[in-house]
Design a protein around this ligand. Sequence first.
Ligand code: S3P
Length: 439
Amino acid sequence: MATVNFLAAPGGVLRGRVRVPGDKSISHRAIMLGSLAGGVTTIDGFLEGEDCLATLRAFRAMGVRIDGPDQGRVTVHGVGSRGLRAPAGPLDMGNSGTSMRLMVGILAGQAFDAVLTGDASLTRRPMRRVTEPLALMGARIETAATGAAPLRVRGGQRLAGIDYRLPMASAQVKSCLLLAGLYAEGTTRVVEPAPTRDHTERMLEGFGYPLRREGERVVALTGGGRLTGTTIDVPADISSAAFFLVGASLAPGSDLLLEHVGVNPTRTGVIDILRLMGANIEVLNPRLAGGEPVADLRVRHAPLRGIRVPEALVPLAIDEFPALFVAAAGAEGETVLTGAEELRVKESDRIQVMADGLAALGIAAEPTADGIVIRGGALSGGTVDSHGDHRVAMSFAMAAPRASDPIAIRDCTNVNTSFPGFVTLARNVGLTVQEQTTT
Ligand code: S3P
């Protein structure tokens, strides 16, 4: 199979205005809730990346008519919560943990059996965090002996609501249980150890589904209600904008405007952390788009300094740490991260893989069980391996403005899971990065 590698030349100044692709979390949920709703849902700004396309194809395979995507426009002809049909074969979720963990919640409530599979990375990721609470609700799901996919979901079970305290801060687990809760008798109540992204809650409300929130960490819903089709405007993904917040902060002379970025407060930890490091980021023209806060982000170069990352910000920036580690490498002094053991079970072990890559670029990076210590310094060039992790690949491209020599980044094919067109967009704003395909 062809592999894509990146080659990033040293230097570059990031300037101009750009809109990065649509939010991945919101795009997944729009397909899912649109499919389960009565009537038509129109989505604009949909992320046409492989992860969200896996979700889209799965619902098509269960009989939902979905038109598009066509330049970010998707039309979902909802079948109602009881309208899905048995798929002809296993549903392949590719690299997408969000697809698998949210879908298993929906499938637990169906009348038919289904199997969820994925690629080598996804079939290594922990799934008991969803299958165990679903079993408490009455679901029947078999995992591999490791607790990972493939997941075999037995249909025709009666689900009952539970009161569940999440052992880890995970929006995927929370969302999975809320989606299963749509099919459960009684109330499903989820208590989080710390607030996580609340796109599922906001979107359920947008589809007219009643929800009860108790403070920032508790949400409850009662099964058996109806979702009504709606229109959804997907903002640009702050997780994709994050690479450019870091690149522009590090590259002297940079001044970049990122347009229409989702700034839901459960996602803006990256802005808070970069600002603590001394970054110059302005949040301009804040507004609401379909129940989600949106703004334009202006970022200018600024000298960064190392910090101790406040643990309360970790779940609010969970996907942005690969980029933040590159910021720490280009900062003066030491950055210390703790309370982030979840990073070890993402698309790769992001603590180890980033530490190895930073070391290859001459940076002292010490992994710990639940975080990392990075001492900022001069970045050399070198070869880093992304281990097929999209965010690792894009993060290392942002080290180029401060590197003395070219950075070769291996195994970048999966950048297409979340950020199709990354290389073109990065070049348009001033980075010299090339894509090279090897067979
Ligand atoms: C996501 C939740 C997070 C995040 C992932 C998307 C979601 O995962 O890392 O990229 O859309 O709910 P966890 O819930 O495992 O923290």
